[in-house]
Write a protein that binds this ligand. Structure first.
Ligand code: CA
Ligand code: CA
Length: 132
C-alpha cells in the first residue's frame, strides 16, 4: 500500500506537469537520474506501472525500471536493493545480446514485457521513493 501511494504521488506530479509539486515531494532528483528507479514484485504492480506509462492514445512506452545485471552477468538486481523475486521477461529474454545488455526496460516490443538492453539507450524512467 505504501508503494502504491508513492507511485500515485509520482504519477500525479508527472501527469500534472507540476514542477512545484514534484519539487515539494522531493521527486525532482529522481526524475533526472536513474537513482530510485522502480522495482517490481508482482504482476499487479507491473500492471499498475504500465498504467502510469500509458499515453492518451493508450500506447505503452518503453520505460526503464531499476533492474540490472551489470555486477554479475545473469544475476539480476533492483537498484533499490529489494529482492529480485518477480520477473516478466519476454520470450528469449534476457539474452545479453550483442556487446552486452545489462539494463531492464518494460513495455518492450509487442508483448509489452521486459527486455534486457544496453544501458546507453534512452527511455523515460519510472521511479519511486519511500516517503516515510
Ligand atoms: Ca547482461
Ligand atoms: Ca535483450
Amino acid at each position: 500500500m505504501e508503494k502504491l501511494a508513492i507511485l500515485l504521488l509520482l504519477s500525479a506530479s508527472i501527469a500534472l506537469g507540476d514542477a512545484n509539486l514534484t519539487q515539494l515531494l522531493g521527486l525532482e532528483p529522481l526524475l533526472k537520474t536513474k537513482e530510485g528507479s522502480s522495482s517490481v514484485h508482482s504482476l499487479l504492480e507491473y500492471q499498475f506501472m504500465q498504467a502510469l506509462t500509458k499515453d492518451a492514445n493508450g500506447h505503452l512506452h518503453s520505460t526503464w525500471l531499476g533492474g540490472f545485471d551489470a555486477i554479475k552477468e545473469g544475476t539480476w538486481m533492483w537498484s533499490d536493493g529489494s529482492r529480485f523475486d518477480y520477473t516478466n521477461w519476454d520470450t528469449d529474454e534476457p539474452n545479453n545480446a550483442g556487446e552486452g545488455e545489462d539494463c531492464l526496460h518494460m513495455n518492450a516490443a509487442s508483448a509489452k514485457l521486459w527486455f534486457d538492453v544496453p544501458c546507453e539507450w534512452k527511455f523515460a524512467s519510472l521511479c519511486s521513493r519511500r516517503i516515510v
